[in-house]
Ligand binder design. Structure first.
Ligand code: PLP
Length: 221
């Protein structure tokens, strides 16, 4: 867990919004809005209040248990996105809370979402864009059939990816470009891609949502 004050976060958000805007101007989607989604896995239960004090109204959590605990305390203060690995056995528990899930990647979780998700909940499919064996996510070749299945019963509006870990964001530019292309081919609006390491490259390639954690709480490099 990290330690921060509301004014630290406020200052960083101003700088991050400036960088997001500049990156968007370099993309070929200058008309589109890019959302900064604050990831909260480093934020303790009692620190969530500081985020509300900064005017943050939507957060992304990646553990089901933490999401339930944070929701129990902060409920309507925020809107809640689920961004972590979506296990089918946890879907029932988080379905009443979330209004967006970024990480659908299995048939079993799809079936559970069909049963329990609110009809308004937006669903993104997590794509294992580089075909890494250690990662969850739908493979590029299985994606078309998975998309048509998900579209039948869910409000599918986007794709998400976590590209390979690298010290050089440029190395992932082609993966971001590919995700945008896949989303466009299937008429999906959202590309949830880009973290503290590489959000500017992701935006240049068409991200509509960047999920930022560490750079919101720690000094910007
Ligand atoms: C933690 C997390 C992020 C944010 O990563 P940072 O490197 O801290 O910006 C984004 N997406 C997911 C799925 C995460 O778990």
């Amino acid at each position: 867990m990290t330690s921060f004050t509301a004014s630290d976060v406020q200052q960083r958000l101003v700088e991050l919004h400036r960088r997001i805007h500049a990156a968007k101007e370099r993309s070929d989607r200058t008309q589109q809005t890019v959302e900064l989604l604050v990831a909260t896995k480093y934020v303790a239960l009692e620190q969530m209040k500081l985020l509300a004090d900064c005017g943050i109204t939507r957060v992304g959590e990646n553990r089901a248990q933490a999401l339930v605990e944070k929701y129990a305390q902060y409920g309507a203060t925020f809107q809640w996105d689920f961004i972590g690995h979506l296990q089918s056995r946890k879907v029932k528990m988080i379905a009443p809370i979330i209004d967006r899930v970024h990480s659908l990647s299995s048939q079993s979780a799809l079936a559970e979402l069909e049963r329990y998700a609110k009809p308004t909940t937006e669903v993104f499919i997590e794509v294992n864009i580089a075909g890494e064996t250690t990662k969850s996510g739908v493979g590029v070749t299985e994606l078309p059939s998975f998309i048509s299945q998900a579209q039948t019963h869910l409000k599918l509006t986007g794709l998400m990816t976590m590209p390979p870990a690298t010290a050089n964001a440029e190395e992932n530019r082609h993966w971001f470009r590919l995700l945008r292309q896949l989303a466009d081919e299937h008429g999906l609006q959202h590309c949830s891609m880009g973290t503290s390491q590489d959000f500017e490259v992701a935006i240049e390639e068409g991200a509509t949502i960047v999920r930022l954690g560490s750079c919101v709480y720690e000094p910007i490099s």
